[in-house]
Design a protein around this ligand. Structure first.
Ligand code: SAM
Ligand code: SF4
Length: 382
């Protein structure tokens, strides 16, 4: 029996000052006037259109992702949150996160975001080394990062994440660890630590930067940084995510635990469980901002939707849940997919025999080997 899990709301804000050469997110450099107010109107129409999928349910977390959400002044975010909360119930204790590029915030706006109801920030820092920042094509310096985070803390923010990337061109383990040290000095509650990857259809994929560390060196860099984070009191709870005790990102955790989410804005994805229909639906919106805006509020804004069949459901569940360091309670598989555990029994026993997973009545957990070969583990569940 499928019962709807916790519900999140993802809001995509697609513009950036400039496209970074490594980035394959649905983000677009700003050209001319950015239609902020029209975009917010479009978000409200998009939300209204999706409401029948989630009648009566309460939003537990909201995430403004991008792109660069901090390009939107606090008044726009405030306007959106007020109009959204008149249309869907938002839990009073909801986690509300906004992604922030330190190059887009001058002293001041953080008080406005806080007053609007944004209670968590995520800073795209990437590195504190100005040479590395330049080679990544970032629009900010390490000085801008210092000022942005200090200003957010002055405004009253205590709950914030710092995104760092490692295995950067000509970076060694000492440099990457220095970045982690500088980040921890701000006392963030959360740190996301990503290895730079060359994503297809990016400028870096077409012309890789010189000096990228070898695969082995990149693994050593990661190990050194992870050890430092753990020593600094961070719990490694997901492939790339570290949090102080009790401060895991509730929004992302809901994805990884195969919860539900509405996705509004250009290219946003949704995953919704219907108790009445006993199915799980995925829906995604048109990627291009102008195209999405022209149609937001009607079916023409939908890029596609799909009811997940049993095999896809099982695979998607594993794809998310196995990213968690502690895995998942065995019962969660059936609770979220409506499938009996026997649906994955052959793959599960193969993964256990190979030493990739530990499985008992209570829990299924990836082993260190399983985490290292996660793609191979997932291959068993396709
Ligand atoms: C949508 S961006 C975050 C906010 C904002 N757009 C920014 O860049 O400052 C999410 C994060 O993903 C990471 N990321 C993006 N592309 C990546 C890549 N190719 N390899 C590794 N990490 C990447 C970066 O750390 C980035 O901050
Ligand atoms: S600022 Fe963030 S979303 Fe925008 S292009 Fe750079 S990495 Fe991508």
């Amino acid at each position: 029996m499928l019962t709807p899990p916790p519900l999140s709301l993802y809001v995509h804000l697609p513009w950036c000052v400039r496209k970074c050469p490594y980035c394959d997110f649905n983000s677009h450099g700003t050209k001319g006037e950015t239609p902020f107010a029209d975009y917010i109107d479009g978000l409200i129409r998009d939300l209204e259109f999706d409401l029948p999928l989630v009648w009566g349910r309460t939003v537990q977390t909201i995430f403004f992702g991008g792109g660069t959400p901090s390009l939107f002044a606090p008044a726009f975010i405030d306007d959106f949150l007020q109009r959204a909360s008149a249309r869907i119930r938002i839990a009073p204790e909801a986690e509300v996160t906004l992604e922030t590029n330190p190059g887009t915030v001058e002293h001041g706006p953080f008080k406005g975001y806080l007053a609007a109801g944004v209670n968590r920030l995520s800073f795209g820092v990437q590195s504190f080394d100005d040479g590395c920042l330049q080679r990544l094509g970032r629009i900010h310096s390490s000085g801008d990062v210092e000022r942005a985070i200090a200003s957010a803390c002055d405004a009253g923010y205590e709950n914030f994440n710092i995104d760092l990337m490692c295995a950067l061109p000509d970076q060694d383990a000492a440099m990457a660890c220095h970045d982690v040290e500088r980040a921890m000095a701000f006392s963030p509650t959360h740190l996301s630590h990503y290895e730079l990857t060359l994503e297809p259809n990016t400028a870096f994929a077409a012309r890789p930067p010189e000096g990228l560390p070898s695969h082995d060196d990149a693994a050593d860099i990661q190990d050194a940084c992870h050890a430092m984070l753990r020593a600094g009191g961070f719990e490694h709870y997901e492939t790339s995510a570290f949090a102080k005790p009790g401060q895991a990102c509730r929004h992302n955790l809901n994805y990884w635990q195969f919860g539900d989410y509405l996705g509004i804005g250009a290219g946003a994805h949704a995953k919704i469980t219907s108790g009445a229909e006993q199915h799980v639906l995925r829906r995604w919106k048109h990627k291009h901002p102008a195209m999405w805006m022209a149609h937001a509020g009607s079916a023409a804004a939908i890029g596609g939707d799909e009811v997940l069949k049993a095999d896809r459901l099982a695979f998607d569940f594993m794809l998310n849940a196995l990213r968690l360091q502690d895995g998942f309670p065995t019962a969660l598989f059936t609770k979220r997919t409506g499938l009996p555990l026997t649906a994955i029994a052959p793959a599960l026993s193969k993964a256990v025999d190979t030493g990739w997973l530990l499985a008992d009545e209570a829990r299924i957990t990836p082993t260190p080997l399983g985490r290292r070969f996660l793609n191979d583990v997932l291959g068993l569940f396709i």
